[in-house]
Structures are given as C-alpha cells and as structure tokens.
Design a protein around this ligand. Structure first.
Ligand code: ADP
Ligand code: MG
Length: 533
C-alpha cells in the first residue's frame, strides 16, 4: 500500500481512528448490555468447570442460594443439592446425561440455601465443548418453583381430605347404627334405675357418656372433612369445659392429676356445643399422651378477660373474651415442630396412636368461632395452650333457645317404624313402646309401604330411617304422602347424611331425629308433631 501523504493522509488516519474508537465503544456498550441481561435476568444462570465447581453466576443465582458471589464461586455446585431419596434425578445422573451429549431440561430438584432452607428448583443444563468435543464447561439455568410445589402439596392435602370425607360419611352411618342401640338402651336403663348414687347407675352413666363421646369422635372426623355444618348455640363456657373434664377423668389414669380453676360467671358464648367439647377433649387427650409415661399434672383454667389494646393479643380486637388455658408437665414440643402442630396430618406419635388431625380440628374450630389459639412450650418442660373465644354481644337471650328436656312425654298413638338395621329397629321399637305407643316395625321399606297401602288409616305417625336399600326414607315418605297426604313423618338421619330440609318438607316430613336417637328429645318431638296434626 502506498504511503498517504499530506492533509489527505492525516484526514484518513483520523477517520480510521474514529471508526476504531466507535467500534470499541460499541463493543463495550454491547458487552454492558449483555452483562446487564445476564446479571439481572429473572432466572439463575451459572456456569461450572469440568469438575462441577461454580465459575460464573448471575445475581439471581445469589438470590436463589443466599450466597455472596465470593461464597458461590469456586463452590462445588453439588453441595447445593438436597438428596430427597428415591425417584429424584441426582447430580451424578445429570453429569452422566451431559457427558453422553444429552441436554438436561426442566429437572426438578431441591437446593439448600445458605440459611439451611430448602428451595425447589427446576433446572436445565448444557455442556459447552471445544471443536474436538472436549467439555469446556457446563452452563445451567434454574428457576425457583417452591411456590408451585407448595400449591401442589396443598392440592394433595385437599384430595386426602376429600377421600377422608367420603370414608367418614360411610363410617359415620354404620357407627351411628351401632351407637343408637348402645346409647338408647342405656338411656332407658338409666331412667328405670331410680337409686341415685349407686354404682350401677354410675356405670350406666359412664357407658352412656362413652357412647356420646364416640358420637363426638364421628363428628370430629366429619368436621375435619367439612361434612358437617356448624350448629351454634348460646352457652356458658363452664358447661362444656366441665362436661369434657368429667369425661376425660374416666379415661385418664391416676398418675395424671387434672386440676381445674373454673370461673362459672363467664359471659355467654355463641358456640357449636359439639365442637366446643371437641376442642377441650383434644387438648386434654394430647396432654394425657404427653404425660402418659411419666405422669404429671394438667392445669385447666377458664376465666374471662378483657382485651383493651389492639396489640395485646394479636390479632384479637379489643373486647371481652373467655380465656381457656391447658398447661401440662409432659414432654413438651421442640421448637422445630411448633410451627407444624396445627397442620392436618402432622403427628409425632406412633402409627395407631396419633392421626395428626386433633389440633388441626381445634384450630379450624377456634377460627370458625372468631377466636384465637396459641402454644408455648419448651422441649422437656411441658406445653401450654391458650384459647380466646369472644363473648356473645348480640341480643338473643338464652331463654329464647329450645330448652334441653329433662323429662320424657308419653302417648298411645299408632306408629309405623321403619329401619333396615335390626338392632336399631328393635331398640327404637322398645323405646317407643316404653313411651306407650303402639308400634308396627319393618326392616324392609317396600314391605312397610305395602302395609301402609293396605291400611293407610291404621297409623298416626311414620318414623323412618333415611339410608335404606331398595327404597330410601325420603322415597318412602313421598309414596306415603301420595297415599295419604298430611300423615306426619319423622326422618331419622345419621350425622354424615346431608339433608335438604326444605326439599324433604315437601314430601310430608315434619321432623328429624339424629342418630343415636336420644329418648327424651325423641319423646318431645313425637308429641309436638302429633299434637299439631
Ligand atoms: N400437650 C402436648 N405436649 C406435647 N406435644 C404435643 C402436645 N399437644 C400436641 N403435641 C404435638 O402435636 C402433634 C399434633 O397433635 P394432634 O394434631 O392432636 O395430632 P395427634 O395427637 O394425633 O398426634 C402431636 O403429635 C404432638 O407431637
Ligand atoms: Mg391429638
């Protein structure tokens, strides 16, 4: 090339230099832009050398792992990995795939971050090779999928609940049929046993209480699987606390002392009595389990407190509350599990001993009553549960509520009784005859219908079970009403059975009895319906 001389040459040189400067400026700008893209991408990018040690990483990698750049670079990437057992792809698998020339896409694994917390990631990797095919480095990109994993877990939990619900409904039906004769005959024997204070009467009372407790357990499962609606009533809190304590004393061994300090003048609460009972029973039974081996003391306190300040007991609003405390001297709850004890299915007990649903039910109940529950415990130093339930501030008075009847009322009308369970049918027939009624009993609903069709005027009242083969109670009611409109019908239901009261009333059903049928309540319902014909 000829030499450039004079002005022209200088100009060209200046132009070349300017061009060069421009290119290098562009290069720097580009480099900055790409670096920015890399560093601030919403994905964790990192590279590793042939041995798997981190050589380069972006900001999101630091965010994901919690490490600083200095900490992360040079660290073997496999140290982040948490081994979760069978079925999950390991770093060794990943390496093998990459060495065989297969890319790794969207593999889910768990990382442990700097704080020891586990993070679920979805990771993709490629091997970068030189022109001879030798691996130079591995490039990875990972995204945090912890949130999605948590949702998946919730879904599994929800499905589990649904399965339990279906199961519970079936069990509840059978259980109620078993409990009906137990509770019914005992209730009748109790009525016939006058001698108060005798051991016989006391024993009968315990059998009866236990049958009702078993009924409570069914309710617990139904509540848990949301198969049962709340039934609120105005109650003084000491009534359900005392009831549950009395029952608990019948199964808690003598090595455990239950001390109670109960204020009987607490304000009324609007609660579901069965659920309130469940709360107390669950907390007592947990305390009992915690002290079973060593013995100990359970202190139960019921009192009323007034919260004045918004922050006194977060998140409770100022107001009057019933305060319940259960503190035991059992093995306590390690800090590491305290956050989980209210979760459904969380248990530290051996299989067959604990189901992990007790406290989750308690938590659900307290929440549905706008209350609050807290736990304080140290491993080896017992546990203390505190509950706050808001005092009722509405204007229903307890007198307005239906009174619990203490006596039973009799009659002599003719009743057609239908229940497919023989033991239940016999008990109910016995009970109704004791009350003075003339009873025709059928265990097959089509036969009951046949008899009714032949002589519809032979009966004053029909009492029928709901769930029966061939012809269910509501179908039977419909047919009977067609034959003789206006004949009163009572439908007996177990707790798991969902009933649509309005729909049933159209079929001539005037009242409902819940299994296990209590005689006093039944005797009043029957009279009320017969007297209002
Ligand atoms: N009073 C207590 N003392 C010690 N641990 C308790 C106490 N109450 C609850 N826990 C812990 O909470 C867990 C969950 O309780 P819960 O939901 O009632 O289920 P379960 O009793 O069936 O295990 C128990 O397994 C136990 O580890
Ligand atoms: Mg429990």
């Amino acid at each position: 090339m000829g030499r450039l001389k004079g002005k022209k040459g200088a100009h060209l040189l200046w132009k070349k230099e300017k061009q060069l400067r421009r290119t290098s400026f562009d290069l720097v700008e580009n480099e900055k832009r790409y670096r920015d893209l890399y560093e601030n991408a919403p994905i964790a990018y990192f590279s590793m050398d042939f041995h798997g040690n981190v050589t380069k990483c972006n900001n999101n990698s630091l965010k994901l792992t919690g490490y600083s750049k200095e900490d992360l670079i040079g660290r073997p990437a496999r140290e982040l990995y948490v081994d979760t057992g069978a079925g999950i792809i390991t770093p060794q698998d990943v390496r093998q795939m990459l060495e065989q020339g297969r890319p790794v896409r969207d593999v889910e694994m768990r990382f442990r971050n700097k704080n020891g917390q586990e993070v679920w990631v979805s990771i993709s990797l490629d091997a970068v090779r030189d022109k001879d095919g030798k691996i130079l480095e591995f490039r990875a990109m990972a995204i945090d999928i912890s949130e999605r994993k948590a949702l998946e877990k919730q879904l599994v939990q929800a499905q589990k609940m649904e399965a339990i619900g279906t199961l519970a409904k079936g069990i509840a039906h059978d259980f109620n049929n078993i409990l009906t004769p137990i509770a019914g005959y005992t209730e009748m024997l109790l009525m016939e046993t006058d001698a108060t204070g005798t051991q016989k009467k006391e024993h009968l009372q315990i059998i009866h209480d236990c049958a009702l407790y078993a009924k409570g357990l069914i309710n617990q499962i139904l509540t848990f699987s949301r198969q049962r609606e709340n039934e609120f009533k105005l109650l003084q809190p000491h009534t359900f606390v005392r009831d549950a304590l009395a029952l608990a004393r019948s199964f808690v061994p003598a090595t455990i002392t239950i001390r109670e300090k109960i204020n009987e003048n607490c304000s009324l609460l609007m609660v579901d009595p069965i659920q309130a009972h469940q709360v107390v029973m669950n907390l007592i039974s947990n305390a009992y389990h915690a002290m079973e081996e060593t013995g100990g003391v359970l202190d139960v306190v019921l009192d009323e407190i007034v919260i004045r300040d918004e922050n006194e007991v977060y998140p409770l609003k100022p107001g009057t509350y019933s305060y319940l405390k259960f503190s035991d001297t059992g093995h306590g709850i390690p800090l590491s599990v305290q956050g989980k004890i209210f979760d459904p299915f969380f248990t530290t007990k051996k299989e067959g001993k604990g189901s992990g649903i007790g406290l989750s039910v308690v938590h659900g109940i307290i929440r549905s009553h706008n209350g609050h529950i807290t736990v304080k415990s140290k491993e080896g130093e017992g546990a203390c549960f505190e509950i706050y339930l808001p005092a009722y501030t509405g204007d229903i008075r307890p007198e307005d509520q239906k009174k619990e009847e203490t006596r039973f009322v009799k009659g002599n009308e003719r009743i057609l009784l239908v229940d497919d369970d023989q033991k239940v049918a016999f008990m109910e027939q016995y009970m109704l005859e004791k009350l003075g009624y003339h009873v025709t009993c059928h265990q097959k609903s089509p036969e009951a219908l046949l008899e009714f069709r032949q002589s519809p005027e032979a009966f004053d009242l029909v009492i029928t079970d709901l769930t029966m083969p061939n012809l269910t109670g509501d179908q039977l009611a419909e047919k009977i009403t067609e034959i003789r409109p206006g004949i009163p019908i009572i439908l007996c239901t177990g707790y798991g059975e969902q009933i649509n009261k309005e729909k049933y009333q159209l079929k001539g059903i005037k009242g409902f009895l819940h299994k296990p049928v209590a005689i006093k309540a039944a005797s009043h319902l029957i009279r009320e319906i017969l007297d209002n014909r």
